[in-house]
Design a protein around this ligand. Structure first.
Ligand code: SAH
Length: 234
């Protein structure tokens, strides 16, 4: 095992810069999660990202949200289309005070996430199997989350209806996008309006030590916004 002071230097440096320094136990959780992902990836296709890129393309990238907004203690975060747990699991490790719900459509991935959360001792993580467009309409989940996230799930016009129904008034959705997605974000303005949101900001977050700049689109649902009624799915 690597001595702690050499584990994940870029991740540690970024977390420090973004005001959320990682303790040795948290670095161990990241390392453990990386091993679980690698093992599961031998059985089925969980992620295309190779172990040597895990630190930057998965962990560091997921934490980019910390550069953009404060995440107060107790905040309930919903990660839509979490796949192998991104950005939800790194955020749950870095911020144990967050309550993170991971939503994923594929059963195999859901089972991996349940086992991983248990093995990592992440008591602040809940896993839900389902499709965003169906579950978002359920009374138990609608307008319940101060924060909804999604990375690499769908283009903005499709993603907005998958994210905004979950968000409580005053809360926001954060879409992890690439720099090339700026036109896509602009084109989604009518969808954002339709779902009662306002594009609050689009922030460029350089991932130091890599060539990558992450774009985060933050959509706010105003505290006293219109209530959009949904028809039940057929
Ligand atoms: N967010 C992860 C995974 C991206 S791949 C990451 O950044 O690494 C997209 C994931 O979203 C897949 O695991 C897919 O099963 C899931 N997904 C796609 N459409 C969905 C939907 N409508 N509801 C829930 N999950 C969905």
């Amino acid at each position: 095992m690597m001595p702690e002071n050499r584990l994940f230097p870029l991740l540690r440096e970024a977390a420090d810069r973004w005001g959320t320094p990682l303790l040795p136990e948290q670095l161990d959780q990241f390392a453990h999660f990386g091993r679980l992902l690698h093992e599961a990836n031998q059985q089925f296709n969980l992620t295309r990202i190779q172990p040597e890129q895990m630190e930057t393309l998965h962990f560091l990238d997921s934490l980019a949200l910390l550069a953009v907004m404060p995440l107060p203690a107790g905040t309930a975060l919903l990660d839509v289309g979490t796949g192998a747990g991104f950005p939800g699991i790194p955020l749950a490790i870095a911020c144990p005070h967050l309550q993170v719900t991971l939503l994923e459509a594929t059963g195999k991935k859901v089972r991996f996430l349940e086992t991983a959360a248990l093995q990592l001792g992440l008591t602040n993580v809940t896993v839900v199997q389902g499709r965003a467009e169906e579950n978002a309409l359920l009374a138990a989940h609608r307008r319940r989350y101060p924060l909804a996230t999604a990375r690499a799930v769908a283009p903005m016009r499709k993603l907005v209806p998958w994210l905004l129904p979950w968000v409580e008034p005053g809360g926001c959705a954060a879409a992890y996008k690439s720099l090339a997605a700026e036109p896509e974000i602009e084109e989604s303005a009518p969808d954002i309006r339709k779902y009662g949101g306002v594009l609050e900001k689009v922030v460029r977050v350089p991932l130091h030590g890599t060539e990558i700049t992450r774009l985060l689109a933050v959509i706010r649902k105003p505290a006293s916004g219109p209530v959009r009624r949904h028809r039940k799915p057929q």
